[in-house]
Design a protein around this ligand. Structure first.
Ligand SMILES: NC(=O)c1ccc[n+]([C@@H]2O[C@H](COP(=O)([O-])OP(=O)(O)OC[C@H]3O[C@@H](n4cnc5c(N)ncnc54)[C@H](O)[C@@H]3O)[C@@H](O)[C@H]2O)c1
Length: 349
C-alpha cells in the first residue's frame, strides 16, 4: 500500500515510517518541520535501504494537501502531526486547537476529496485524565484535564462522526501510554528542541551531563517506592502497532480503538535505576512536591490490542533505557549539527 504519514519526520512518525517500509509499504511523509528536522530523512533512507518521499506541507493548507493527494495515489493515512506539550497547550490553547483540530479537519477534507477512507490516528492515554482504576481499559470514562488532551478527545469524536456519516471510512484510534526509547541503531530517536516535557529524554540529558539533576515530583504516593507509576512503551513496539492497525483496517474494514502500553507499571525511581544500569551513568535526582493533577498510578490494559491486532509489546524497560541512551550518547545534540550527511555506521536492526 502507499501510506501517507503526517508528522512522519517526528519522533514516533519516523520509527513508524521505517516499520511500514520494512513491511513493504511505500511511504509518503508530510511534515511542516515545526518540531522536527529534515536531517532525519537520510538516516531513514539509510536504515530502510531506499529513500522516502517527503513533502513539506502544513496540514492546514488545504490546497497544498489536495495537491499532495493528487500527486500520490494514497491508500491509507497514519496521522501523527500535532503539537503535543501539555504545559504549552495551557498557555496557547488556540494554537493547539488550530493545529491539532483544524489540521485534522483539513486532512479529512483532502482525504474525502481523494477518496481515501482509512486512517490511523495518534490518540493518547491523556483522554482518560486521572482514571478511577488501573489497569485502564478502553471503556474507562473519558475526561481530559488540559487543552492538549481535549484536542485528542475532540478529534476522536470528530472521527466517530465522520465514520457514522460514511460507511466507507474506517479509523484506528491508538491511545498511546508513555512512548520512550529509540531505534536500536541509534540513528533515530527523540530530539526535543527545548526542555524535555517527558521523563526519559530528561533522564538522558541528566545522564549526559546537560542538566545537573532530575526532579522527581512526589515521593509519597501509595506505590512501590512512593514515586509515580506509568506505563512506558518502547517506540519500536509502538511503531509496529501502526503497521498492524493498517493491516486490520484493510482486513476487517471496520474501526477500532485500542490502548497501546505494556500493561506493566514502572515507577519513576525504577526507571531511573534501570537507566543507570543500562548507561553506566549516574542520574542524580531530588524528590520534590507532587505536581497538581498528577495521579499515583496509570497503566494500560493492552488486552484489546492483542485480541484485535495480534499486537503486544516486546521490549522491557532495560531495552527502553539501553536504546534511549544509545541514541543520546551517539547524538548528544540530537539531529542538530549532524547536517544531513548519511552516517558511517552500518544499520543495526
Ligand atoms: N510522544 C508522546 O509522549 C506521545 C504520547 C501520546 C500521543 N502522542 C501523539 O503522537 C503523535 C506524534 O508524537 P511525537 O512524539 O512523534 O511528536 P513530534 O513532535 O516528534 O512529531 C509530530 C510531527 O508533526 C509535525 N507537525 C506538527 N504540526 C504539523 C502540521 N500542522 N502540519 C504538518 N506537520 C506538522 C511536526 O513537525 C513533527 O514532525 C502526536 O499526535 C502526539 O500528540 C505522543
Amino acid at each position: 500500500m502507499r501510506i501517507l504519514v503526517t508528522g512522519g519526520a517526528g519522533y514516533i512518525g519516523a520509527h513508524t515510517c521505517l516499520v511500514l517500509a520494512e513491511r513493504g509499504h511505500e511511504v509518503v511523509i508530510v511534515d511542516n518541520f515545526s518540531n522536527s528536522s529534515a536531517a532525519v530523512l537520510p538516516r531513514l533512507a539509510h536504515l530502510a535501504g531506499r529513500p522516502f518521499a517527503c513533502e513539506e506541507v502544513d496540514l492546514r493548507d488545504r490546497a497544498g494537501m489536495d495537491a499532495l493527494f493528487a500527486r500520490h495515489a494514497i491508500d491509507a493515512v497514519v496521522h501523527f502531526a500535532a503539537l503535543k506539550a501539555v504545559g504549552e497547550s495551557c498557555e496557547q490553547p488556540l494554537a493547539y486547537f488550530d493545529n491539532n483540530i483544524s489540521g485534522t479537519i483539513t486532512l479529512l477534507q483532502a482525504m474525502k476529496q481523494a477518496g481515501v477512507g482509512r486512517l490511523v490516528f495518534s490518540s493518547s492515554a491523556t483522554v482518560y485524565g486521572a482514571p478511577d482504576a488501573v489497569p485502564v481499559r478502553e471503556d474507562a470514562p473519558l475526561r481530559v484535564t488540559n487543552p492538549y488532551g481535549r484536542t485528542k478527545l475532540v478529534v476522536e469524536q470528530l472521527l466517530a462522526d465522520v465514520q457514522a456519516s460514511d460507511p466507507g471510512f474506517h479509523v484506528a484510534n491508538l491511545r498511546y501510554f508513555n512512548p520512550v526509547g529509540a531505534h536500536p541503531s541509534g540513528l533515530i530517536g527523540e530530539d526535543p528542541s527545548d526542555t524535555p516535557n517527558n521523563l526519559m529524554p530528561y533522564v538522558c540529558q541528566v545522564a549526559a551531563g546537560r542538566r545537573d539533576h532530575l526532579s522527581v515530583f512526589g515521593g509519597d504516593y501509595p506505590t512501590v517506592d512512593g514515586s509515580g507509576v506509568r506505563d512506558y512503551i518502547h517506540v519500536v513496539d509502538l511503531a509496529r502497532a501502526h503497521a498492524d492497525a493498517i493491516d486490520y483496517l484493510e482486513r476487517e474494514r471496520q474501526s477500532l480503538t485500542v490502548n497501546l502500553g505494556t500493561g506493566r507499571g514502572i515507577s519513576v525511581l525504577e526507571l531511573v535505576h534501570a537507566f543507570e544500569r543500562a548507561s553506566g551513568q549516574a542520574v542524580p535526582y531530588r524528590i520534590v512536591g507532587r505536581r497538581a493533577g498528577d495521579v499515583a498510578e496509570v497503566y494500560a490494559d493492552p488486552g484489546q490490542a492483542q485480541a484485535l491486532l495480534g499486537w503486544r509489546a516486546e521490549y522491557d524497560v532495560d531495552a527502553m533505557c539501553r536504546d534511549a541512551w544509545n541514541w543520546q550518547s551517539r547524538n548528544p545534540d540530537g539531529y542538530t549539527g549532524t547536517g544531513d550527511a548519511v552516517p558511517d555506521q552500518p544499520p543495526v536492526r
